[in-house]
Design a protein around this ligand. Structure first.
Ligand SMILES: Nc1c(C(=O)O)ncn1[C@@H]1O[C@H](COP(=O)(O)O)[C@@H](O)[C@H]1O
Length: 167
């Protein structure tokens, strides 16, 4: 197994149904990652130790997802210089708005790159872009991925037009 380059962390195992989409995206780009449940609220000492050690272990980006009072992404960002991508996880109440606002409104100096509510797939792709900025094979896979998306739109556009009565 290759050394993980990305850490996918989450406040609870209950976040996995959302966060697994980040892992799937990383798999698609062939990027090794590790997964960890950590909580700024429930396991503060372990969370800080993990954040402090991550860069030294070769991790290059951290994806952190949490729901509700989502302090995990910001707290992890405060104990590392690695880029941190925050994923607001929607819970039963407030539709994830509480999580989004908890993650996105960071004080200047400690950035968290926040994706959309439930947007773990984009978090995985953004981490791939971070790795790809200094890794030519990953950058090539990202370019091929973007070209494929473009072709998909062209195909759908053609199918839509062909389905119109005037066609
Ligand atoms: N927001 C946080 C943090 C944190 O920010 O440190 N730790 C757990 N949680 C969140 O609590 C929610 C409910 O957790 P449980 O399902 O375990 O009760 C999860 O979405 C988790 O991310």
């Amino acid at each position: 197994m290759s050394t993980p380059l990305v850490a996918v962390v989450m406040g609870s195992d209950s976040d996995w149904s959302v966060m697994q989409n980040a892992a799937t995206a990383l798999d698609e780009f062939g990027i090794a990652y590790e997964v960890e449940v950590l909580s700024a609220h429930r396991t503060p000492d372990a969370m800080i130790a993990y954040g402090r050690a991550a860069a030294g272990r070769g991790i290059r980006a951290i994806i952190a997802g949490a729901g509700g009072a989502a302090h995990l992404p910001g707290m992890i960002a405060s104990v590392t210089t690695l880029p941190v991508i925050g994923v607001p996880v929607p819970l039963a109440y407030l539709d994830g708005m509480d999580s989004l606002l908890s993650i996105v409104q960071m004080p200047a100096g400690i950035p968290v790159a926040t994706v959309s509510i439930g947007g773990a797939r984009n978090a995985g792709i953004l981490a791939a872009r971070i790795i790809g900025s200094s890794d030519a094979p990953i950058a090539a896979r990202l370019a091929a991925f973007a070209a494929d998306l473009e072709q998909q739109v062209a195909r759908k556009n053609a199918a839509l037009k062909a389905s119109l009565p005037s066609s």
